[in-house]
Write a protein of this length. Sequence first.
Length: 241
Amino acid sequence: MYKIDLHTHSVRSPDGRMTKKHYQRIFEEGILDAIAITDHNAISYALEMQSVFGPKIIVGEEVDVRLGNLASKLNTNHNPAEKYEIVGLFLQNQIPPGSDLIGAIDAIHKQHGLVYIPHPNIRQRNGVPFEVLKHPEVLPSIDILEGFNARSLFWTKTNLRGMTFAREYELPYACSSDAHGFNELGSTYTIVNRLPTRSNLLKLLTNAQYAKEPVKPWKFLNPKFNVLSKKLESIKKTIFA
Ligand SMILES: [Zn+2]
């Protein structure tokens, strides 16, 4: 059995803290068998870690996108400027942030990546709303839906509806930590029976098992704390330079 986490953040995310020594521990201590590094609008650290740890690191990116033209095609009121986040997995090139949803999805697929929808319908976390996901221009392009996000602490009801949505629309789904620090890993993940690759992951997910425990409240503040401590470090550097 292989424990995989498809949505996590390294030190390259402004609010992330995980470094090479953490990935070393993740694999040595068997916390996970494969991990996708999905930094905000960046893939450089993921690429670097993949060159060290090989296929156990999946190169991903959590990209900021805009709803764009699709807004006018929806029945409910939407604004083209609405901001969402989507994840590309198995990427080779960075997807530029700020493009429209459909354009970003196409760019992920063009480089043979997989489209993963994080925290669906949780607007407070820039999750793509269900009515957008259901749109015929979007639904067939979704490869994996996040059925459970360990950091969606305050939106438990919506969080759990992700899995129901995935089952209803027969989408493969994963449960992921969205960890920004090492101590958030290992309680929410997906269990599959092989090491995942671009070509086998979707099939593996049809038969997956899940561990899903929300992050502990004191670990929930990791991203805020990380941003603050990075700021302090850079101030220290300027003062003592
Ligand atoms: Zn994230």
